[in-house]
Design a protein. Structure first.
Length: 298
């Protein structure tokens, strides 16, 4: 798969922001469909906004079985072809790390996301097994990040080369943190200079209530703007904003330095749709599309 060609149309604030989680809920796109769709994303005019294809360890065999097309490969590398960039998601903890790294050998490993209940143990295993050029993020259950638990985990990670990962949604209402809980995480990371990624529930730009489920969704634009805050109340206020025009105006007023600070903090999020976040940015006037936006990929 060829590297994305710079078109200059993706603002720095959104470059590499959308990791392709098409195979995960609620999208659940079959791997055989997700791979060619991802190849299209990575060669389209908006390619600079798109991160790697995220895949769980248990589905790497499916990924390797997707036949190569147009000089790109799904599995084993062909002569002259570039391997698929894959972000490895390991919900089963450190025990999955060694076998998953071996199974991911045919791909270009763009990163590892390791869920754990013990941050120090996860860091030690990543130090021991992860190739030095591969970045990683460590995710702990939200119940362990409340109260003093949050500071303890972030203090472990800030002394490591790894990012934090925070879950911002899911398939039940309880999977969505409120503004104050998310603000505690964001400002805790900001005060330490600790980068992080998010996952789940962020495919729309602006905070909203889903009309079908009633779930309260954070907006990724809210999170981007809150990422520069070190005051918890101020961050929570940004996360609570539901007026897209207010958020868009704030995004347009950011200086280059502020954009750098934000993206050094909030590095990416997993989204099962690439079309929706791009469409939201275009609707808010934050993205000009020289060609049609992608079709819905969920």
């Amino acid at each position: 798969m060829s590297a994305p060609v710079s078109t200059g149309v993706i603002p720095e604030l959104f470059r590499g922001l959308f990791d392709d989680a098409a195979v995960f809920p609620p999208g659940n796109l079959p791997v055989a469909e997700a791979v060619p769709a991802h190849r299209v994303h990575r060669t389209a005019w908006y390619a600079e906004a798109v991160g790697p294809l995220l895949c769980g360890a248990g589905r790497l065999g499916e990924l390797a079985a997707v036949p190569p097309t147009s000089g790109a490969v799904g599995g084993a590398q062909e002569a002259g072809a570039t391997p698929l960039r894959v972000g490895l998601v390991l919900p089963g903890g450190s025990a999955e790390l060694a076998p998953a790294l071996a199974a991911a050998a045919p791909f270009e490993l763009a990163g590892v996301e390791l869920a754990t209940r013990d941050a120090a143990e996860a860091v030690a295993e990543l130090d021991r097994l992860l190739p030095p050029h591969v970045p990683a993020a460590v995710e702990l259950p939200r119940e362990l990040l409340r109260g003093d638990g949050l500071d303890a985990v972030l203090d472990v990670l800030v002394d490591s080369p790894y990012r934090a990962k925070f879950r911002t949604g899911g398939l039940v209402a309880e999977a969505f943190p409120d503004e104050d809980e998310l603000a505690a995480f964001l400002t805790g990371c900001a005060l330490r200079g600790l980068p992080y990624k998010c996952t789940a529930g962020l495919h729309n730009a602006v905070r909203h209530t889903d009309p079908e489920t009633g779930f309260e969704h954070h907006g990724f634009l809210n999170v981007l703007l809150a990422a520069r805050e070190t005051d918890r109340a101020a961050a929570a206020a940004v996360l609570a904003e539901r007026d897209g025009e207010v958020l868009a105006k704030a995004a347009r007023s950011l200086t280059d330095r502020q954009v750098t600070v934000i993206r050094n903090s909030f590095t990416a999020f997993g989204t099962c749709s690439i079309a929706e976040p791009l469409g939201d940015l275009a609707a808010l006037g934050l993205l000009s599309s020289p060609d049609p936006l992608p079709q819905e990929d969920r």
